[in-house]
Structure formats: C-alpha cells, structure tokens
Design a protein around this ligand. Sequence first.
Ligand SMILES: Cc1ncc(COP(=O)(O)O)c(C=O)c1O
Length: 504
Amino acid sequence: MSGASTPISRSGRSTPLHFRDVVHDVIRHYRHEKDSEAHRIFRQSAGHKPKGTLPQTVNPDEETIPGIEHPGSTGVIYCSDRAMANGFSYASSHEWANLGQGAPEVGQIPDAPPRPTSIPLPEDSLEYAPTTGVKALREAVADLYNHQYRQGKLSQYTYENVCIVPGGRAGLSRVAAVVGDVYCSYQIPDYTAYDQVLSAFKRLVPVPTALDAENKYRLDVQQMKKDIRTQGLEVMIASNPRNPTGQVIEGEDLKSLVDTARDSSVTLIMDEFYSWYMYPENEEYGRSVSSAEFIDNVNQDPVVIVNGLTKNWRLPGWRVCWVLGPKNLITALSQSGSFLDGGANHPLQLAAIPLLDPDRVMQEKIALQKHFKHKRDHVLKRLEELGLKVEVPPVATFYIWLNLEHLPAPLNNGLTFFEELLKEKTIVIPGIFFDINPAHRRNLFHSPCHHFVRLSFGPPLKDLDKGLDAIGRVLKKAKKEGGHAFGHSYKKSVDGVHQLDKLI
Ligand SMILES: Cc1ncc(COP(=O)(O)O)c(C=O)c1O
C-alpha cells in the first residue's frame, strides 16, 4: 500500500486504484456482524446476544440465576467496559478524551451564574420527601414553564401538574410503568435508554419508525397521522431536541404535533432534556423549546413532558428532574413512583428551588448557548478539515451524528471505528446503540445506525481537541495502511463489575 499522503476521498475518485481494490475486497468480506471482531466482542457481553426467534426469547447460556434475565446494558456501560479493557481507569482518565460523554461539562462557564458549592441540610430534609416531590419545587417548575412558554394563556400549570422524579430515566420508567396494553411509537435513532425502558415494561408494544438523513431526521407529522389511524397507535415517545441527531421540531411543526396528539387522542411523551441547547444562526440567544408552548388545556391535552436539572442546569449528579402533564397523570406517577424509586433526594430538591428563578434561568441559558455554540462550531470545523464533513449538522443538543460510510471498510462501521479510537484513548458511542430495537433480533450490520457514531461536545474544549487529534491519527493510518490495518487485535473485556458506569 503506497503513499502516506494518499487522500481518503469521499467520492473515491482521487484514490489510487489499488487502494480502492483493497477497500472493496474488505467490504465484500464484511457483510454480517459475525465477520467483524468488534461486533463479536459486543455480542459476547451479557444481555447483548441475539434472542433468537419466537418463542425462545431468553438465551440459556447467559441466564444462570433462576428467574433472572439480563436486560442488556445501555450503550453507556458497554462503552465503559470496553474503555476499561483498553486501559481506562479513573487514575488515567486525564489521558483520555471522552467524546462519548452524555453529560455536559459541569464547571463554571463564562457569564453563567456561579455553580452551587454547598447544600443546606435542614432537619425536615432528613425525612422522606413525598413521591411526587416537595411542593415548593413543584410550584417552582410550574411557574417556570408558565413564565417561559405560557404567558397570556388561560390554562396555566400548577404544582398538581408536576411530579418530581429522581432523574430523567426514573421519570421515563415511572411513565412507562403506567402505560397500558397499547402500541407505543418511537423513532430510530433516538435516546439509547428507550430501548431498555420500552422492553422492561412488557405491556406496551413498541412500534418503530426510521428517520432518514434526506429528511434531516425530522419526524414526519403527516406520516404519523396516517400511522395513528392504520396502526392504532396510542402513545408516542420522542426526544426533542433529539439525541443523537441534534435536530429539533419547533414552531409550526411542533404545534402540529401537539394538535395531532389532542385531535387523535394519542399521548405524546416528549423528552425535552436538551430544550436549552439551541444554536440559532441569528444569535438570538436565550430562546428554548418546549411543547408546553402549544398545549391548550394543561389538564386535558395528552402531552407529557420530561425534563430536569441533568442537562440544562448541567447538574447530572443531582438526580432532580420532573414530569409535567395533566393532573390525572401525576397521580398515576405518584403510584408508580411509590414502588419503583420512592422519590427524589429531599435536600437536593430544596436546593434546586432557587435555581429555577426565571432571571437566573435566562442568564444560564444565554451563557450555555454561547459557550456550546462555540464548541459545536469548533468541532464541526475540525471534522471537516479531517475530511469528515457532517451531513446533517446539529442545530441543538451537544451531539454530532457522524456518518462514516465513506471511510475505508471496516473503519466505516461505528463499532469498529469505536474500537480503533479506544486504542487511541478516545471514547465515542457506536451508532447501533441508538437503534432502539427492543426485540434484539437484527443483524447489527443491517441497522440504519451501523455506519454512524455519536460524538459529544459536552466536555470542555481541550478534551474535544484531544479526541479530534486521535480521530486524525486513525484517519492518517487509514491513508497510509488502508482498511486492512483495522478490525482486529482488540483487547478482550476485563473481568469485574461496571465500576465506570457513570463515565458516559
Ligand atoms: C434524551 C435524554 N433523556 C433523558 C436522559 C437521562 O437523564 P438522567 O441522566 O437524568 O436519567 C438523557 C441522558 O443522556 C437523554 O439524553
């Protein structure tokens, strides 16, 4: 293989013939996940084996404790385990770049209010909090939504429309636990945890729809209306802004979605964790998005909003989040919370109240949008310089959904790209983790997310640069040595528990 300077051409045109031959040869031999070392390692970890065809849904080799089934870890834990197998530890974490991180940087950023540094512990707070949360915090959430999205509207949220939950996933689980025997629609790609949440609650039947790049991964509301009629959908779940594509439904489109839910009696579960991470081109900082803006009657419209301190307030460790919806939903969530999680941490609920002050929120939003927009633009520019132009750049969230299809095989699939970057002390998330596939019956090579990885620009800029340098090294090696340099020699997983499950 000649030429360290051989460019990797996205069209393939400027690439020498013998390089293309090698690439095509490799592509020919990588049709199925069983041909790929990265995919075989993934399938070997507990909970990720294919479940076979009905009626056999449990893998007998894996389930050795009577009555216990692995639900399959979220991508988070799998990626943490693989990072550990490649030498990652807390002690060495500063040498690594974690572009897989699903959390924003938590330190002080320019012009934002000071970060909280201490938490009072009044004696009352040593008691259980109610399973729906502390009333004053519920009121503060309702007031904030009325202030941000419902000024001048007749129907206003009150504390009875708010349930405080110990984190977003706990909120989603509480909601899923009260969904009955219905068809529940979701889109691919979307947030990884929906996979486990939808399969853990077995009464509902998940119905997937694939979003495509040509349509900028937009939810087609007209198509959705048809699906409601023809498939009898009763519930739909979606993140908006969407993880991992960084796209958002807003304005008239969002209004039409909310109108459809109301008119067709379909419950919308809107996961709005990234509602502040908006990057308007006209620098109109301070604007955020929520379906709350288009709800007519807060107690009748079937719209459930999940959000919290995790992303917008950059406080993932607090585990203080909320579900907002009709009063009648909140009483159901109080019941599911009473057996699922028992409620959010009492002292941190009290400490959260002043953080919801509308003036403080506005200052946070503006600072956050300026800071993260700068990081997004920096990463997109560097990726383009590396020959990895992002087809559908994010307009929201802190994620980039990167298509690798044009790289030489096997580097063109997300799981192999991920393994190669681990060798360079960098973590990204393979796209297949966003293919919410509760039945686990797909050849991973057929997943619409197979050629993708998700890069996060949540971490501080210097860490992002470290990761981009690593991507640069892998691409340089591809130019120099071709596809055959990749796809093998992966370290096997280390034994042990998931010590690093908070990593990503
Ligand atoms: C779309 C979306 N919803 C919810 C969450 C989970 O939030 P939490 O960490 O509070 O459970 C995440 C976190 O990555 C997310 O991306």
